[in-house]
Every structure is written in C-alpha cells, then in structure tokens.
Design a binder for this molecule. Structure first.
Ligand code: PMV
Length: 360
C-alpha cells in the first residue's frame, strides 16, 4: 500500500458529536529504529515486542464546529488536568494527518489521556499515546465508513500513529511487530507496522519484560534530536545495514527459540543504539552509572546461573530485562536481591508480551 491508499477520498460526516475510546500498549524494540528520513520514514527496519501492562488510555470527544473555520481546535487533558504543554506535539500530529483525515478542522476536539505507568518513570509514552490517539481518530472515520475492513482500520491506525511518533506504529498490534522495508519480509512497509509474518516459537509468546527505573527524570536529549543526529553520522550506513542484518538473523531464532542467539542479537542492538549516541556530533550519553551496574550484574547472573536473562535499552537510562516466563521466579528473586538497589526509589515495573491495542 502507498500513502495515497490512506487518503479519505470524500466524506460526508453527519455526526455532530461523539466520543471514541482506545487503549494502546507501549512496545520494546529488539532491533532498534534510530535514524529517519522526512515524513517519519525509518532508515532501517525494526521489530518489537508489544507490551501488555504499560499502556495509554485515551478518550477523544468531538463536537462539530458551529461555524466552519480553518483553525485546529484541540484541548488536551492528561490525567484529568488541562495540559497546554502537550498541544504543540498534538497539533503537529494533526497537521501531518490532515491529508488522510481531512475532517480534523471541522470539529472541536477534547483528548483525555492517561498512562497505566507513572508519568515521571522515564518510560516514553509517545508510542502508546500516539497509537491510542490514532485509533480514536480511526474509530471516528469508521463511524462514517461502515464498510471499512478491520485490516484497513488497523493498518491506517498504524500509518497515522507513525506520523505522531515513529515507533508508535508498532503499538497497534501484538505480539511481535515489524516496521520498515526488509526485502525478505513480504508486505513489510516503511509506512506502517505489520505482525511479524514468520514462525514464532512459543517461548516468545509470553516473554517477560521487567523495566528497571534507573532514572525517572526527563531525558537530556530527545528522540527526535537523536534521530536527526544520524543524518551526518560517520557510522550511519554501517548501522543501518547492521540493523537489517540483525532482523534477518532473528528469523531462525524466532522460529527455533534459540535463546543464546536471541540474547546476543538483542544486547548487541541495545549497545549499538547507545554507541550511535556516543559517536554522534554533538555526542551524548543517556545511560547512567546504574545502567552499567545492572548490565554487569545481568552478565554475571547469566554466567553463574545459566539463566536466559538479557537486557535491552531504549533511548534512556532505564533497563528492560527480557526473559522467558518459566524463569520468572528465579529472576524475580535476583531482581529483588541484587538489582532493586540500582533503581530510583527501588521502582520497577513488571510487564510481558501482549496482544495489542483494545477498544475501551
Ligand atoms: O519513536 P521515536 O521517535 O520515539 O523513536 C524511538 C527510538 C527507540 O525507542 C530508541 C528505538 C525503537 O525502535 O523503539
């Protein structure tokens, strides 16, 4: 599908007012997206586990304008409070999606959103938040186009979510989502995420993700600045090729459940993401001393216990611990005895692979 397939050709909305409600989960990338081209086109393909517990819940209320004008009229409430600071991001999103949802200027919108994870946890809510908002808007479109297929609904939701935040396009479906053109993956697209189309071993169906909250403050460098620094990055070409190669290497790993190989690829991806940050100009470091302490402990634990615990990182200091469900008890014990000390106020969040966004 191309961009033009998502343009709403003509519409005759008769509704004066209404409300839509969706929840969308966060996701954690195994092969990382870092670097993009205009209109949120990823420089390399990526794949992520959809999470289950960490999600955004959004209600969109729309009321037809009494007098037509060209202005966007949006109010954003976060956890019950009016948040004007969220407006620039939301308005940019509405402007980007306008060619595909031309009705955005015909209504007054109120967006009420909240997260199931603490606001100041350092967990990016843009993926789940943009995915939930895109689904609410698609629900609106579907009300006026009853013949829309479910396939189109979810695909366009992912397409729109991408325009809000790249990785948000992987937060619509579960449990393993691929985004970006990869020659060997049929129907892969730079425009939206797809459910990983090949065999996935049962061990990955309920994989655990415990998020250790190392640093809950605001990041010193935002993702969008970080992506842009890949434009003139000396290792960009090699990094993009490496990501494509890692995605290919994961195919037999997902099929066989080869956890040793899985760990090698996932940890290497996390460290390479941060290596790109450290070798950008200007360079920056998002890891904290406790991030490295945890990584050391994870390696020690794996060596001593033979467990399949591994880590990954997103663009921040927090550590995602990934492990099979059957090792849950041993890992829980290890986290409580050895890792909690490295978490800010001892906080961590237990999550696992989930099945995607839900209508509320
Ligand atoms: O979706 P963005 O622009 O916030 O970028 C997300 C980038 C990483 O989380 C670091 C990697 C990824 O693929 O999710």
């Amino acid at each position: 599908m191309t961009e033009s397939d998502f343009v709403l050709p003509s519409y005759a909305f008769s509704a004066d007012a209404g409300k839509t409600q969706w929840s969308a989960p966060s996701n954690i990338a195994l092969v990382k997206y870092w670097g993009k081209y205009p209109s949120q086109i990823p420089a390399n393909a990526s794949v992520s586990f959809t999470l289950n517990n960490c999600k955004s819940e959004t209600t969109l209320t729309y009321i037809k304008k009494s007098k037509a004008d060209k202005d966007l009229r949006i109010k954003v409430f976060f956890e019950g409070e009016l948040k004007d600071s969220f407006l620039p991001k939301v308005e940019t999103f509405f402007l980007r999606i306008e060619p595909y949802l031309p009705f955005v200027r015909d209504y007054n919108f109120e967006i009420n959103t909240s997260n199931t994870f603490p606001h100041s946890s350092g967990i990016a809510s843009s993926a789940s938040g943009m995915a939930a908002l895109a689904l609410c808007l698609m629900e609106m479109e579907r009300r006026f186009n009853k013949s829309m297929t479910d396939e189109f609904f979810y695909r366009k939701a992912s397409f729109l979510a991408r325009l809000g935040s790249g990785s948000a396009c992987r937060s619509i479906k579960g449990s393993l989502v691929e985004w970006g053109i990869q020659k060997s993956i049929p129907n892969s697209s730079n425009l939206y995420g797809i459910e990983y189309p090949f065999e996935v071993h049962k061990v990955f169906k309920n994989y655990q993700d415990t998020i250790l909250l190392v640093h809950k403050g605001v990041k010193t460098v935002s993702s969008s600045v970080g992506h842009n620094l890949m434009n003139d990055h000396p290792y960009a070409k090699q990094r993009f090729e490496q990501a494509q190669a890692n995605l290919s290497k994961l195919k037999p790993v997902f099929a066989s459940g080869d956890l040793k190989k899985f760990i090698e690829i996932v940890e290497s991806e996390a460290l390479n993401l941060h290596a790109m940050m450290m070798s950008s100009l200007p360079y920056f470091v998002l890891m904290k001393p406790n991030t490295l302490e945890i990584i050391e402990r994870v390696w020690e634990h794996r060596q001593k216990s033979g467990s399949h615990l591994c880590f990954t990182l997103d663009a921040g200091a927090n550590v995602h611990l990934l492990y099979p469900e059957e090792e849950k008890e041993i890992i829980k014990d290890f986290i409580e005895k050895e890792l909690v000390a490295y978490c800010e106020n001892g906080h961590y969040i237990c999550d696992h692979v989930g099945s995607g966004a839900k209508k509320m």
